[in-house]
Design a protein around this ligand. Structure first.
Ligand SMILES: N[C@@H](CCC(=O)N[C@@H](CS)C(=O)NCC(=O)O)C(=O)O
Length: 246
């Protein structure tokens, strides 16, 4: 099976959560829109199709044979069993999907730190609001989410470098990406991370050392973080957390 991933070229964005799963599994895939003008045209034509019943709203979306799947968490839920990146059955899979959706919630909040008023306005047009939103993320929202994820790792009786059950699942790869992105965007805001969240820190190290992920991170396929993605480093939005919040 050759998977076709459709995502904006030049940024990691939400496409990266899917790429990491495909890379870890050694799957045969093509990152369609990164293949020049034809690739971009193909993506646009899927998004504006007047015939397709299963019309995707926004990238990322995935073509897998006759299936077209969109929404990052939905794509990963679809890929999980196919790539052997999810274990268990009913309850475990539902929990894994719930965690993935919770990551998606935080990803949306991170996006809103640089686009708090509207996605349609430039960052420069909403800098004042961005400052308030980023401060709130650092002081309040990040600790709430990260405390929760750390608790999930603590409560897993099967080990503490995987979020669900005994083995690696796609949500561990997404957690790695989330932690990487947060460190890129908010190096000061994330200060104290290793001490406060030792299990999340261990998960991050563990995933980075997996042979296929390690090779991928060094490859040209891994687009560097930049100011077009979801995780953006604007020094003016970054500062250490206020002490009374932790
Ligand atoms: N909830 C969707 C969000 C998809 C999304 O917002 N995609 C962005 C790129 S990361 C996009 O192209 N959005 C176009 C738009 O919202 O108009 C997901 O997780 O896949």
């Amino acid at each position: 099976m050759r998977y076709e991933l459709y995502y904006w070229p030049g940024l990691q964005g939400r496409g990266e959560f899917v790429r990491l799963a495909l890379e870890e599994a050694g799957a045969d895939y093509v990152d369609v829109a990164r293949h020049g003008e034809t690739g971009m045209k193909a993506m646009q034509s899927e998004l504006t199709s007047t015939e397709r019943v299963e019309l995707p709203f926004a990238p990322p979306f995935l073509m897998a044979g006759k299936h077209l799947v969109w929404q990052t968490a939905n794509i990963l839920q679809f890929l999980g069993p196919r790539l052997k990146l999810v274990g268990g059955s009913g309850a475990k899979r539902i929990f894994t999907h719930g965690l993935q959706l919770t990551i998606a919630d935080l990803v949306a909040e991170v996006h809103d730190t640089h686009h708090p008023l509207s996605t349609n306005l430039y960052y420069e047009e909403q800098k004042d609001a961005a400052l308030i939103r980023a401060g709130d993320l650092i002081d309040s929202r990040l600790p709430k989410f990260l405390d929760y994820f750390e608790r999930v790792l603590t409560n897993n009786p099967h080990g503490d470098v995987q979020l669900v059950g005994k083995g690696l699942s796609y949500v561990d790869l997404s957690m790695f990406q989330l932690i990487e992105g947060l460190h890129y965007a908010f190096p000061l805001g994330m200060s104290g991370f290793e001490t406060l969240y030792p299990r999340l820190a261990a998960l991050r190290t563990h995933i980075a050392q997996r042979p296929r992920i390690k090779a991928y991170l060094k490859s040209k396929r891994r687009i560097p973080f930049n100011l077009s993605g979801i995780f953006r480093h604007y020094p003016e939005l970054d500062r250490p957390p206020k002490k009374n919040h932790r």
